[in-house]
Design a protein around this ligand. Structure first.
Ligand code: SF4
Ligand code: SF4
Length: 205
């Protein structure tokens, strides 16, 4: 059976990676895993998270931790990981050619990252862009969420405002949302996009 699983979504109440894993594993059903790197967000992390991984294993990429987490789970037979370039492919090959299951110390590092990550409450948009084509107002939702996330982390940063203003040449404003709900119907992360756009509008429009 194919399920969505990664360390960040293990206890996520919507994605339910951990719960699904336990159900399948207890029935001895082999698993194919999608979203092991959560749409790339577990490969491009905030500097403080990257530092936590690099302090523990300086020679390993941040993405390798996500793949090792999934591949260390008994019952996982295939991992589907999208790669955008040659370097990412080489890194993934390196991870599996010299595969090392997570040690107990490694698991503590992952737990510490997840705890800190959840505390930051960023919008967990993976930029899959399934929501954008059907938006009648032409709002580039994931790009606006990127700006919103940066502002949540760094409220005094001007760059998200510059980024947003530049985006408006090809995107509707967050304030243009008419709450039709199309985007929320297709979002695989089940995000409350309409409410999040209101928040984005309050700080960016
Ligand atoms: S709810 Fe808002 S953002 Fe979503 S598709 Fe409709 S207009 Fe676009
Ligand atoms: S569908 Fe959801 S996760 Fe994908 S880009 Fe849109 S808001 Fe982000």
């Amino acid at each position: 059976m194919q399920i969505q699983l990664n360390y960040a979504d293990w206890n996520n109440k919507v994605v339910r990676s951990g719960e699904l894993y336990d159900i399948l594993h207890s029935r001895n059903i082999p698993m194919i895993i999608m979203e092991p790197v959560k749409g790339g967000t577990l490969a491009n992390m905030a500097p403080e998270f990257e530092k936590m991984f690099k302090d523990a294993r300086p020679d390993k990429s941040v993405a390798s931790w996500a793949l090792r987490f999934v591949a260390s789970l008994p019952g996982v037979v295939t991992i589907l990981s999208g790669m955008s370039n040659w370097e990412q492919m080489q890194d993934n090959i390196d991870t599996f050619k010299n595969f090392e299951p997570l040690t107990d110390d490694d698991k503590k590092v992952v737990d510490a990252v997840v705890t800190k990550m959840l505390g930051m409450q960023l919008v967990p948009c993976t930029s899959c862009r399934y929501c954008t084509d059907g938006c009648p107002m032409g709002i580039l939702i994931p790009d606006i969420f990127r700006a919103l996330n940066t502002l949540r982390q760094f409220p005094n940063d001007n760059r998200p405002h510059f980024f947003y203003n530049g985006l408006l040449g090809r995107s509707g404003r967050a304030a243009d949302c008419i709450a039709c709900g199309q985007c929320e119907g297709v979002c695989p992360q089940h995000l409350e996009i309409i409410e999040l756009l209101k928040e984005a509008s309050a700080v960016l429009d």
